[in-house]
Design a binder for this molecule. Structure first.
Ligand code: UDP
Length: 240
């Protein structure tokens, strides 16, 4: 019989910074290829994978607004456009190794990608396609972590898997406290009350309100993405 895995449908969040690797350019193709390979392996097992991609490797609205004279909304729209570049790069990489992949954008760019249509996204997933959600939530003042929580809730995915450059969440800031320890499990309350920098409050609260567990893990270790998607122990699991 078919082996069963912990999750049937997952929302993988890939930050822009994770895509950059140690390259001087904005995107490291070794990283996008590694992501594509691991996602390919799990889709073959029948696990449905949706991806929200960030844009911080190219443009982060909040760091430009103010100082540059740019208003926050304009800066954030540029940030959202940056996520579309990453999404198309990732889509092309996935398709180069034979994984059918659709990009859906939160605002229309119909020559480039499909518009976000929830039921259509779900249909793609049911057919075994990977869906990449780009342009965040489509609204300034939000983040792609919030987009990940939102899309996860909308498409009834069971977990947000947050791929980062760190091994997981520590009980204190490891930069300031050398005794900070990596945690296997945390509650939403721990994350919020101790202000652990996992995701912004809007995103973590949305997960909490909708009982969406969050796994924070390091995508630079080979095999971790596949492990996280299969529900194997990796990084930090945040839940009730
Ligand atoms: N952004 C936005 N609304 C959203 C998602 C993203 O305005 O719903 C903008 C915001 O300026 C943000 C940028 O897009 O700084 C890139 O997204 P994010 O910083 O979340 O990317 P990541 O940290 O994952 O690389």
């Amino acid at each position: 019989s078919k082996p069963s895995y912990r999750w049937r449908r997952v929302l993988l969040k890939v930050s822009g910074e994770a895509l950059a690797g140690d390259q001087a350019q904005n995107i490291d193709p070794k990283i996008t290829m590694a992501i594509a390979r691991e996602v390919a392996a799990v889709t073959r097992l029948g696990i449905e994978v949706a991806i929200v991609v960030g844009g911080g490797n190219i443009f982060r609205g909040s760091s430009w607004a103010g100082s540059s004279g740019l208003d926050r909304s304009s800066a954030d729209y540029i940030g959202m456009l940056a996520t579309v570049m990453n999404a198309i790069f990732l889509q092309a990489t996935m398709e180069s190794i034979g994984i059918p992949t659709r990009v859906q954008t939160a605002f229309r760019m119909s020559e480039v990608a499909e518009p976000y249509i929830r039921r259509r996204a779900v249909r793609h997933l049911e057919k075994g396609r990977v869906v990449i959600f780009a342009a965040g939530t489509g609204n300034p003042f939000f983040t792609t972590d919030t987009a990940a929580a939102l899309r996860c809730a909308e498409i009834n995915a069971e977990v947000v898997l947050k791929a980062t450059n760190v091994d997981g969440v520590y009980d204190d800031n490891p930069k300031h406290n050398p005794n900070a320890r990596l945690q296997d499990n945390l509650t939403y309350h721990d994350v919020i009350s101790k202000e652990l920098s996992v995701m912004d409050l809007t995103a973590i609260t949305l997960c909490q309100e909708n009982n969406i567990p969050v796994v924070v893990f390091n995508l630079n270790k080979t095999g971790n993405i596949a492990k996280a998607i299969k529900g194997e122990r990796v990084g930090t699991l945040i839940g009730d």
